[in-house]
Write a protein that binds this ligand. Sequence first.
Ligand code: NAD
Length: 263
Amino acid sequence: MPQLGFGVWQVPDDEAERAVTTALEAGYRSIDTAAVYENEAGTGRAVAASGLPREDLFITTKLWNSDQGYDATLRAFDSSQQRLGLDYVDLYLIHWPMPAKDTAADTYRAFEKLLQDGRVKAIGVSNFLTEHLEQLIQKTSVVPAVNQVELHPHLQQDELREFHAQHGIATEAWSPLGQGKGLLEVPTVIAVAQKHGRTPAQVVLRWHIQLGNVVIPKSVTPSRIRENLDVFGFELDTDDLAALRALDEDRRLGPDPATFNVA
Ligand code: NAD
């Protein structure tokens, strides 16, 4: 799985087609969509039009909450696959644990079937807390390859990252730029950016890369799409890492997975 990919949350279908085309031209090879984003079709059209060999691409999609459950999951995957126009999906994720519904294990058993049938190359989860991961690992056979969670300098997720490391689960950061809001204007981030002659977004993405996180920044602006990929030509030093470490506030931008049960 490429460590840096391109996310398309909140991008309407037609715009997603344009943005994914720009991203693939810029050199991204990993794309993160979801059934609930309603842009799997646009993503699929961009992939098809790119002419890139399928094996060079890494396409992730996610099962929405209302489709949890064994049979519903298999039906939902059929629809996602059809919209994407792909023979297989590289990574399929349970979008939220939905603890009140308690169907994550049944859902994941359907994922294991899709994996066995070669329709997905890897299976994982998103927004799982350690307690959700523990329960899932206990009840099912295949350890999730990935847990995609909210993670940025204001929410560094140390405990969860440690749990992932112990179980061989890759940490994938959503909203890696803190949704581009206050984080990119924090004086510490700006100072580190100036020191390296880079942008605040590049510094934050570089921080993720050095921590070992998979990142999937989103932008629909071509210059930013290219800028966000250009983070491999410099390195943060221990002072920079310590300064960024001090920004942790344990503060979420999105919902708390313990209580988010919206279907
Ligand atoms: P992000 O942290 O990637 O921020 C995106 C925003 O930051 C853009 O809309 C833009 O306003 C700004 N931005 C981007 N590049 C910039 C640059 N170079 N300079 C200045 N500003 C810049 O936020 P996100 O879209 O929430 O998260 C990224 C991806 O993560 C999503 O597109 C989606 O694929 C995934 N995601 C998953 C979940 C989940 O529940 N699994 C939830 C949210 C997002």
